[in-house]
Ligand binder design. Sequence first.
Ligand SMILES: Cc1cc2nc3c(=O)[nH]c(=O)nc-3n(C[C@H](O)[C@H](O)[C@H](O)COP(=O)(O)OP(=O)(O)OC[C@H]3O[C@@H](n4cnc5c(N)ncnc54)[C@H](O)[C@@H]3O)c2cc1C
Length: 505
Amino acid sequence: MQWDAIFVGAGITTLACSALLLKENPALRLLVIDKHIVPGGYSTVFRRPKAGATFDCSLHKLSGMGEGGNLNNIFEKLGLYEELEMKYPSDYFCCFKDKSGCPLPNDATQTQEVLKQAFPAQADAIDTYFEQVAIYGRNGYYQFQMLDGTIEPDIEQLRYAHKHLKNITVEEGLNALFDDPYLIEILAAPGIYVGGYPEDLGYLYYLHVVYATLNKGNAYVVGASQKLSDVLAKRITDSGGKVVLSNPVTEILTDEHNQAYGVRCKKGEFYSNSIFINTSPHYALENLFNTNVDFSTVLKKLEALKPARATTTVYLVTDLPPEQLGLNHTESMMFSEAPGEAGKLRKAAEQSGFDEALCEQAFWQNSPMEVTNYHLLDSDGGKVICLNVLDSIDHWPQRRTPEYREKKARAGEVLVERLLQQIPSLRGHIEYQEVASPRTYVRFTNNTDGSGYGAMVGTDISGHVFHHKFPIKGIEFVSAWVAGPSYEAAFGYAQVKAKKWGQYV
Ligand SMILES: Cc1cc2nc3c(=O)[nH]c(=O)nc-3n(C[C@H](O)[C@H](O)[C@H](O)COP(=O)(O)OP(=O)(O)OC[C@H]3O[C@@H](n4cnc5c(N)ncnc54)[C@H](O)[C@@H]3O)c2cc1C
């Protein structure tokens, strides 16, 4: 059977792209194939019925969900609000240090005022920072509209950003404005949403992340990320397409003219001249092509495409609603007592060749820890709290070894203790605990090094064009590795791809 397009992987970029393609071309017959038992990739849940819990594998914040937000516009276009109920939290996040919390509201102007009150000596620099977000962050956020002419760019602003902001890291950008290490840590924390620490991320790119998440509103889907994935997957099957699960793709089939013509998987062969790859490109190049084609140029470019950080996650269930136990905010960021030290420790850990003890100290003990109270977002999922730290796979032993099991237990202890240090009233109320490591993330998604956010967007973005002039015809890449991290980036990229459909066939 011949399909109009086959998607390898049912992650959110695939599902968004399929929905948008079908919106433009309802007659298309699309086939989506995934190795997992449910569609969505990271946009899925897993259940622990005995603990009364449904754990969201990724989502805690959909950015761009306010008026004029890009994701909001696409949700409207797709009629998703008719099928999804949204929750709009009042917090951006609450900052915790030394057992004291400072909530930042989900509103840029209010957050600016809160920070000026908390750090009066930095007030002028705070104003400059929020101006940068409003100008350069906004320009980055609306880049597609500027390219297609629907928003008129201010050339002077673009020139300034290109000259002064594009080539510096978040660390450099924030250090140029501020000298309070705690304030710098707080402002750098949204980098966690895209898998980067201040030393990793490009400043201009980061300003757009802050603009997307803080200035353009954010929301959560009631029913968790799985609800969104299921609604999108149903659109494919309702229009005559298919979503085939538990079916790993083992090969992308190519002919003697270097044209892709289908895929081979566990459940047989499927045919199409248009193959969309949702997996990590490194994984695809290493595992899915069996041809003599010269990939050396692509592989060289891919060397420059660095994975974003991986995540270590602790999933918790409490006996009482977490908000009754002192975790009053949907999201919190927990900082170490010596915030300025975290970056130095991370660099020392990496320079040591990922010495285990140094890595644990740097990534688990000292770097910011993101905490989501899922019960406040969607109580049907149970009394669930999730703890996330960005991590590196390099200090994690192989799965199924005693060292790995010990390390997982240690990660759980360290991160939970950090939570309890900041919110002592939670002590004695945790009934269930489970840990996901960077190796867990690789196992479930095949993302390189367990990256949760595709490619790192640093100051060098030369690797991001790895797919240009790809030597096999009929291949497109659709994932966080090309779209950029986040659900909003996935839908934005999918929209661009869907508009270009005619060019693929
Ligand atoms: C802990 C965490 C929290 C996050 N929180 C947020 C958030 O709050 N807001 C936000 O916007 N973003 C968040 N993100 C980022 C966001 O989840 C990702 O950017 C996005 O989900 C990536 O989607 P993707 O389309 O690239 O595919 P992926 O989710 O990476 O899916 C790839 C799919 O390919 C499949 N696959 C791989 N190999 C094969 C094969 N051989 N055959 C068949 N199928 C295969 C996998 O099973 C998987 O389903 C978070 C990420 C993580 C890890």
